[in-house]
Design a protein. Structure first.
Length: 321
């Protein structure tokens, strides 16, 4: 397979997953802030911090939501991610099933109106859920109508790496609440919101505990090998894909180092102390996985794909786009 085709597939996977998970993150943050007990000083600037933008105080809800959903200058915004995914898909028309192209094109055209509606808090959940549902439909079409060959695996690998990164960012929102909540006040509701944002609530209760125990929630979302949105599952799946590709040594090494770091979850007992540091380390390791994949498979002379370097902060993405 041409390196250019492989890279376009990889980035298409990342961009689609980014759009879905940004929708999940904004929805989760909205619910967490609404549910936070009185006296907890946590504003929308916390979301910009989690996404890696320069620290700013006093930003409004509308400003942050617009930045993440509609901003044409932010390569990680939902409308831009979907536009880039569509542009990459256009170059892959001979590789992708027709049904996938049609669904992606429809979502791309619908996105501006949906994201404008989501600026209104009362309409946000419905609009963002439509993006998530459309992305899940795309995932189903890809899984059921595309040959599971190397092309499919590069697309899937991009999606898995983006998912792992965004899961860590969504958990980071809850850790920020934990740092400001006196005596854990309101934390059960916060963690329920996070689990539901990741479609993980039922599976957590089935495999972990009917009670909401923050330590177990973090362990589940980081280290569960069976839940598709857990970071461990994503890394294990990437390792399986790499094992079937040529010259996998460097990306395999980076992936295994990231997976070993997850074992620290079991020892990070204080959520207001160890967890934020661990999340930063996980995100750095995921960035190293991306770099190793890029250097091993894409670093050849070619036309640039439509990409925005993820696995980095949003601010770095803007600088490098």
């Amino acid at each position: 397979m041409l390196a250019r085709v492989a890279e376009n597939l990889y980035w298409m996977g990342r961009q689609l997953e980014r759009a879905e998970n940004t929708a999940r993150l904004v929805n989760a943050t909205t619910q967490v802030l609404l549910d936070s007990p009185a006296g907890i000083e946590l504003g929308w600037d916390e979301l910009t911090r989690v996404m890696g933008f320069p620290e700013s105080s006093g930003v409004t809800e509308t400003e942050v939501v617009h930045l993440l959903l509609l901003d044409q200058d932010n390569p990680g915004s939902i409308v831009v991610s979907l536009r880039h995914a569509r542009e990459n898909a256009r170059s892959l028309r001979e590789v992708l099933p027709r049904e996938v192209w049609e669904q992606l094109n429809t979502l791309h055209l619908r996105a501006p109106a949906l994201m404008t509606a989501a600026l209104d808090r009362s309409r946000r959940d419905t609009a963002l859920r439509e993006v998530v549902d459309a992305r899940l439909m795309l995932a189903g079409l890809l899984n059921e109508t595309m040959s599971h060959d190397a092309a499919f695996q590069f697309l899937r690998m991009g999606a898995l790496l983006e998912r792992a990164d965004m899961t860590s960012r969504i958990v980071d929102i809850s850790s920020a609440v934990a740092c400001t909540a006196p005596g854990g006040l309101g934390m059960e509701t916060t963690w329920i919101s996070i689990l539901k944002a990741l479609s993980a609530f039922q599976m957590y209760r089935r495999h972990q505990d009917v009670r909401i125990v923050p330590k177990r929630v973090v362990s589940f979302l980081f280290s569960d090998p069976r839940f598709p949105r857990a970071i461990r599952y994503c890394l294990d799946s990437i390792e399986g894909i790499l094992a079937e590709l040529p010259d996998p040594a460097d990306p395999l090494r980076a992936t295994r180092q990231a997976a070993r770091l997850l074992s620290k979850v079991e020892h990070s007992m204080e959520l207001d102390d160890g967890l934020p540091v661990l999340i930063d380390e996980v995100q750095q390791r995921l960035c190293e996985v991306h770099n190793a994949i890029h250097d091993s498979y894409f670093a050849k002379p070619k036309a640039d794909p439509v990409s925005s370097p993820s696995g980095q902060s949003q601010a770095q993405r803007v600088a490098n786009a």
